[in-house]
Design a protein around this ligand. Structure first.
Ligand code: IPM
Ligand code: MN
Length: 355
């Protein structure tokens, strides 16, 4: 018998539990095939629990989360909960407290998936965004004065520490070095205006680059990055950027790779506990209907296995998804896939045994 991994599972709200169930189905199958074991502990964190008990993310749960090999998250978001409460209280708090300082977003257009970009295909759309995940405008620095009056003043400051920027850059350089493409790392910032914050990123970028002579460096302002991502996505190999810029460009990136039904990501602490999630939300209107697309959640589960050390399993899951996309799936949209959520999970679970 191979290794055993303890996984914390947070299915979350809406369709989260449905897609997580399919992800687990697939990783259970592959683990048996390859001879390693997965042990799951479920947490009912999310909108339902908050509405019932007023608890968002109890400290005791957060402390338990530190003990696992990885965390698998479905979706957080409930129509009856004020926007921000769960996002900040669960997702952002976990990122910050577990110091998951990298948000890693592979952007890959698979064969058989439609992109809104004309004349672009899988060859052109294949890059990775490394987003800083604990600082910048997300740090919560700032405040409000005279709230609700005509004299209201609001500030929100971007916090960029040399340490935080440098560890993110080092991760990005390492990742680029290992990735099998052109070994080009593009810094995405706004050095022409944000001279302090982007200035720090730029200086650190070229200093760290000296340790990576095999990696080509490139720079694009964030606005230009958006433009190139649509016009010439093939120019990108790995992009590294700050928290808010990363948040924005990865949504754009998700659309060019076929949408939220396929986009997944990891909140990574390379020295600690990382959390993997499909990018799509809780899609409450589809809850319980067996129509939601589980592929992003399945790919997120695959990515998780890669990070705990089972890269072969991750590769097989990706291959199985690619086969299904090419041969079986009509559309990634909920209700239009040509099969149900569970049936698609069953199909991928069968394919991981044979691809
Ligand atoms: C993401 C999400 C979160 C973010 C929200 C839900 C707080 O949009 O993971 O990109 O802004 O980081
Ligand atoms: Mn986002």
């Amino acid at each position: 018998m191979g290794k055993e991994y303890n996984i914390a599972v947070i299915p979350g709200d809406g369709t989260g539990p449905e897609v997580v169930a399919e992800g687990i189905k697939v990783i259970d199958t592959i683990s048996k095939k390859l001879g390693f074991a997965l042990k799951y502990t479920y947490y009912d964190i999310g909108g339902e629990r908050y509405l019932k008990t007023g608890e968002v993310l109890p400290d005791s749960v957060l402390d338990e989360l530190r003990q696992y090999h990885a965390i698998y998250l479905g979706a957080i978001g409930h129509p009856d909960v004020k926007p921000g409460v769960l996002e900040k209280g669960i997702l952002l708090r976990t990122r910050f407290e577990l110091d998951q300082y990298i948000n890693l977003r592979p952007v890959k257009l698979y064969e058989g998936v439609d992109t809104p970009l004309k004349n672009k295909g899988p060859k052109e759309i294949d890059f990775v965004v490394v987003r800083e995940n604990t600082e910048g405008l997300y740090a919560g620095a700032g405040g409000v004065l005279k709230k609700g009056t005509k004299d209201e003043v609001a500030t929100q400051e971007s916090i960029n520490t040399r340490k935080g920027v440098e560890r993110c850059l080092r991760f990005a350089f390492e990742y680029t070095k290992k990735r099998n493409k052109e070994k080009k790392l593009t810094l995405c910032a706004k050095t022409n205006v944000l001279t302090f914050a982007s200035g720090l990123w730029e200086r650190a970028f070229y200093e760290v680059a000296k340790d990576y002579p095999g990696v080509k460096t490139d720079y694009a302002h964030v606005d230009a990055t958006c433009m190139w991502m649509v016009k010439n996505p093939e120019w990108f190999d790995v992009i590294v950027t700050d928290n808010l810029f990363g948040d924005i460009i990865t949504d754009l990136a998700a659309m060019i790779q076929g949408g939220l039904g396929i986009a997944c990501g990891g909140n990574i602490n390379p020295e600690g506990v990382s959390m993997f999630e499909p990018m799509g939300g809780s899609a409450p209107k589809y809850t319980g209907k067996n129509v939601i697309n589980p592929l992003a959640a399945i790919l997120a589960a695959g990515m998780m296995l890669g990070f705990v050390g089972e890269q072969e399993a991750a590769d097989i899951i990706e291959k199985a998804v690619q086969k299904a996309l090419k041969e079986d799936i009509r559309s990634l949209e909920a209700g239009k896939m040509g099969m149900g959520t569970k049936e698609l999970g069953d199909l991928i679970a069968r394919y991981v045994l044979t691809v």
